[in-house]
Design a protein. Structure first.
Length: 578
């Protein structure tokens, strides 16, 4: 039997929603206690916020700094968690006010930082009672963080308001914006060859994390190397973000200029660490330049992104961010309830026909290996052909035919359903024998618009290889981490993965992904950590779904003497919550 269409997870949220509604009613009826007036100004209202997690899209971090005591941020139900506000400039702090919902913190600390990397604690509590707390603090920094370590309830942490008071060198911080998007860029040289085609300076200002600028190898990679951006008008610059390729600068300067000729250094380092560097600066100019004088390796300099933030300039508005997901709103599904022998719904799935990739051995057929079983499941069967070496169906890509030893099925939703963010899940009983490679995964929708893999991005929700019968894998692939170097993790189920159905899922949002098996999270990808340790996050655009049951390939290896065929990959349902 299939699970109920209204999953237990959603019923839990409904219960919590009733509690939240009651809390809002009480707050609006009686109002919070009025605290004493702080010495400084309110600095945090409507400033940018980042959080470790959110319970759902209904409870974003921004709700804690909007000045509305009827909206709140709420975290996932685990320890630790955090919420961080960017004040826009360095401030001297004198007070923090917290207005808690019933799900408050017993133990927490208030921390400040100048760069959102190195933190100093200015207040800590070990047995807090929640409610409305007025915390005297003394410290300075641009970023203020609540580090939450012990919950008072079995739920998460929930704040109606997180307010920071203090003084700055001037008045209340003004808006900070991205000034460099699609602005003209020039460089000392750029690479254009088979290793990095058309890696021009403009690729560092396009907000495409899969394209990059690199210095030319024509005359050998040499020092110095530089890239400069014309902001279009004079700007006050307060932050620069460099997302490096492994060919990064160890020794470099950030410089500004009013005319693109005479340069003033506003930041320098002799210990650049590569990956993502977020640098707080203070400078004024129309032009901003990264001037590198020592390379990290034998190659040149290369940046996926060179972003400049501040006020002024002549900025081009960047495209709007995709809306945050709702992990409980079902937007697309296939329950596979067709009659026995029916093929997959052509309005939802397209069969990929032809030979596989990655040195796989199967030929994917036009649904000859993908049929309903009449019991509410789709079966993708990998099998050895009765007459090995017989002619396969015509390959539409080659116009001819090839020989088939094995056949199987691969289906995708490209052009029919794609999503940016959401909870994507499927209930699957995998095939498992030496040489098989069943998978449930996603590929960037731009793949069929000329963007090659891995620039398109790949999200592997489930992979299983038969020679590791108890293990399943979830992995991300992008230009800086792909193939055997993909960013992922295995899970040992403790028994053969094919012994039972399991629910494989990812909860994907702008700041992280969490991978689950049977609603148990086992692998979390934090965007900031990924960018600072592996490379760019390329997962902010639409992706389509793929189901396939491969035979052989570079990872699982070929079938062997112990291989048992045919083997069925059985899918109960696929659902997307958005």
């Amino acid at each position: 039997m299939k699970p109920a269409s209204f999953p237990p997870r959603a019923r839990r949220w409904l219960s919590l929603g009733v509690t939240a509604a009651l809390a809002v009613t009480l707050t609006q009826a009686f109002g919070p206690a009025t605290p004493a007036t702080a010495a400084g100004a309110l600095l945090s209202q409507n400033r940018p916020v980042t959080v470790s997690s959110s319970e759902s899209a209904a409870f974003p971090g921004s709700a804690a700094v909007d000045g509305d005591t009827g909206t709140r941020w709420s975290s996932q139900f685990s320890d630790p968690q955090w919420i961080q506000v960017d004040l826009g400039q360095t401030a001297t702090l004198d007070e923090v006010r917290l207005t808690w919902e019933a799900a408050h913190a017993r133990a927490f600390s208030v921390q400040v930082s100048g760069d959102a990397s190195s933190w100093s604690t200015v207040y800590s509590a070990a047995a807090a009672s929640g409610g409305e707390q007025v915390l005297p603090v003394s410290g300075s920094g641009r970023y203020v963080r609540l580090q939450l370590t012990t919950r008072a309830t079995q739920y998460g942490y929930s704040l109606w308001e997180f307010q920071v008071f203090g003084t700055t060198g001037g008045s209340q911080p003004g808006p900070e914006g991205l000034l460099s998007y699609r602005k003209p860029a020039t460089a000392s040289t750029y690479q254009d060859d088979g290793a990095c085609r058309a890696c021009t300076p403009s690729k560092a200002t396009d907000l495409d994390p899969a394209t990059r600028w690199a210095t030319s190898a024509t005359n050998g990679w040499v020092d110095p190397g530089w890239i400069a951006i014309d902001l279009g008008a004079t700007a006050t610059i307060n932050k620069v973000v460099l997302q490096w390729d492994p060919a990064y600068a160890v020794d470099y300067q950030l410089q500004v200029s009013g005319d693109g000729s005479t340069w003033t250094t506003i930041y320098s380092t002799t210990s650049g660490r590569g990956f993502k560097e977020t640098i707080t600066v203070a400078g004024t100019g129309r032009y901003v330049r990264m001037y590198g004088t020592e390379r990290s390796n034998g190659y040149g300099y290369s940046l996926w992104e060179f972003q400049v933030y501040g006020t002024g300039g002549n900025p081009t508005p960047p495209p709007p961010a995709p809306p945050a997901p709702d992990f409980d709103r079902l937007v697309w599904s296939d329950e596979f309830n067709g009659p026995n022998g029916a093929t997959p719904d052509p309005a939802k799935w397209t069969p990929e026909v032809g030979p596989g990739v990655n040195n796989e051995l199967q030929y994917y057929t036009n649904n000859a290996n993908a049929r309903m079983d009449g019991a509410g499941n789709l079966v993708i069967q990998a099998r050895r052909e009765v007459t090995p070496g017989s002619s396969c169906p015509p390959d539409p890509n080659s116009g001819g035919s090839t020989t088939c030893q094995y056949t199987s099925g691969r289906l995708n939703t490209a052009g029919k359903f794609e999503t940016t963010y959401g909870r994507i899940e499927a209930r699957i009983r995998v095939s498992s024998t030496q040489g098989l490679w069943p998978a449930f995964w996603m590929l960037g929708g731009n793949f069929f618009n000329g963007v090659p893999w891995p620039a398109s991005g790949e999200i592997d929700i489930l992979e299983h290889i038969g020679r590791e019968p108890n293990r399943v894998y979830s992995t991300l692939h992008a230009p800086a981490y792909f193939g055997a170097g993909g960013y992922g993790a295995p899970l040992d189920l403790g028994t053969n993965a094919s012994a039972a159905f399991h629910v494989f899922a990812v909860e994907w949002e702008a700041t992280r992904m969490r991978f689950f098996v049977d609603d148990n999270p086992f692998f979390t990808v934090d965007r900031e950590t990924l960018e600072q340790t592996r490379g760019p996050w390329v997962f902010d655009h639409p992706f389509f779904l793929i189901l396939n049951n491969a035979v052989g390939g570079d990872w699982p290896g070929p079938p062997g003497p112990g291989t048992v065929l045919p083997q069925n990959m059985t899918i109960d349902y696929v659902r997307v919550y958005r």
